[in-house]
Design a protein around this ligand. Structure first.
Ligand SMILES: C[S@@+](CC[C@H](N)C(=O)[O-])C[C@H]1O[C@@H](n2cnc3c(N)ncnc32)[C@H](O)[C@@H]1O
Length: 377
């Protein structure tokens, strides 16, 4: 873990280390990703078409993912008794690609739909208006029974008051800053970020873990071997708790790559589950070139479940299957057969559903992501 202080974020963090001593890893990850001037997402460098090795996020694969989500939204709207407004929060919306494809799919719930993109990066939020007809923030929660949907709103944070509807977060929680806990003998330490002896580069320093960190580590990784490191995802847990608090009736749906139990990560080297990406490739040391790479951590579902017990945990291929991806692919094939001779956009979109489905259902890639759902009634 090293890097000379030649980038603005490095200088800023080194100044903070000199003032406060070694920083929690979550503070460094927060700055590296969300600093509004130089952070990877905050400045808008990391955005659409985000790739991890060989695959991109599901909404960026093409419009099929949003079309399946549209069918899921209709089924949840029916379950709730077709409320109007029906609020759908797209949390960590990025540039808004998922919103575009959900709306293009014209779900049945559209007349009641208040689609709220929530994106903390001002630079990415600025791009929502490029391809979406945005209404003022005040209309996010709507007027009961107005039937004025679809209404699309872009916000920096979750709506302040609770609502009936759905919160969906695709690949958000893997980017929520974590702290790192290290098993040292029969105790737990916390990996902080300080300076090396020459005071030139940032390196990891292990300090005794705080009481809450130790309690969490004993709870989620009992029996971890000496030297094992785990992520403590308390901020992701708080995000889940906060999202559930906003929902009067409805559902929280988190889609991400992750593991059922934190202990699974304790058994693997940290570099496998704490990863960096730049320009579609793995980027190496998370403390190098801060702000120029995506920093992402596999989500520990047991830590999220501590914030509220999910009603369902399944793979993305199962979730998409349950919400009719096969029906949409068959429809696409039929459209292609009928219109292939025209070779128009509708025909080509129909045909591309086959390739999109392959990517979305691939069990060694996006199809192997986890879909975690909580309900509120
Ligand atoms: C990997 S991108 C995913 C974008 C999009 N959901 C997709 O699947 O293509 C994660 C996004 O979540 C945003 N984000 C992270 N934490 C957030 C929070 N607490 N509230 C809103 N947005 C957040 C980041 O700025 C980034 O744009």
């Amino acid at each position: 873990m090293s890097r000379p202080a030649d980038l603005p974020l490095h200088q800023h963090l080194i100044d903070r280390i000199h003032r406060h001593g070694p920083l929690p890893f979550s503070a460094v990850m927060e700055t590296a990703l969300y600093d509004t001037e130089h952070g990877f997402f905050g400045s808008g460098q990391g955005s659409a078409g985000r790739r991890r090795g060989d695959f991109i996020t599901s909404p960026e694969v093409g419009p099929l993912f949003g079309a399946v989500l549209g069918r899921a939204l209709d089924s949840w709207w029916d379950e709730l008794g077709r409320p109007d407004p029906f609020v759908v929060v797209d949390a960590g919306a990025g540039v808004g690609t998922l919103a575009v494809s959900v709306l293009a799919a014209t779900p049945r719930c559209a007349p009641a739909l208040h689609y709220v993109l929530v994106e903390r990066s001002p630079a990415l939020r600025e791009r929502h208006g490029d391809h979406l007809p945005l209404a003022p923030p005040a209309s996010s929660l709507g007027v009961p029974g107005a039937g004025d949907g679809p209404v699309v709103v872009s916000l920096a944070e979750m709506p302040a008051t609770s609502f009936t509807g759905v919160v969906v977060a695709n690949e958000l929680l893997d980017n929520v800053p974590v702290d790192l806990l290290v098993r040292t003998g029969d105790a737990w330490g916390e990996m902080r970020v300080g300076m090396d002896e020459a005071e030139e580069a940032m390196v990891g320093h292990v300090v005794p873990a705080s009481d809450p960190a130790r309690v969490a580590a004993d709870r989620f990784a009992p029996g971890a071997p000496d030297g094992a490191t785990i992520p403590w995802q308390h901020r992701a847990g708080e995000w889940v708790r906060d999202a559930l608090d906003r929902i009067d009736a409805g559902r929280l749906v988190v889609i991400d790559y992750g593991v059922d139990r934190t202990t699974e990560l304790a058994d693997r080297p940290m570099g496998e589950w704490l990863r960096t990406y730049r320009g579609h490739d793995r980027a190496g040391d998370p403390l190098a070139d801060l702000g120029t790479a995506d920093i992402t951590v596999e989500v520990c579902i047991d830590q999220l479940a501590a914030a509220g017990q999910p009603v369902s945990v399944r793979y993305q291929h199962e979730f998409l299957g349950a919400h009719g991806i096969d029906v949409l692919v068959a429809e696409g094939q039929r459209i292609w057969q009928e219109r292939a001779h025209l070779g128009d956009l509708t025909a080509i979109r129909g045909r591309s559903r086959v390739a999109e489905a392959e990517a979305l259902l691939d069990r060694s890639g996006l199809g192997g992501f986890r879909v975690v759902e909580w309900t509120r009634v």
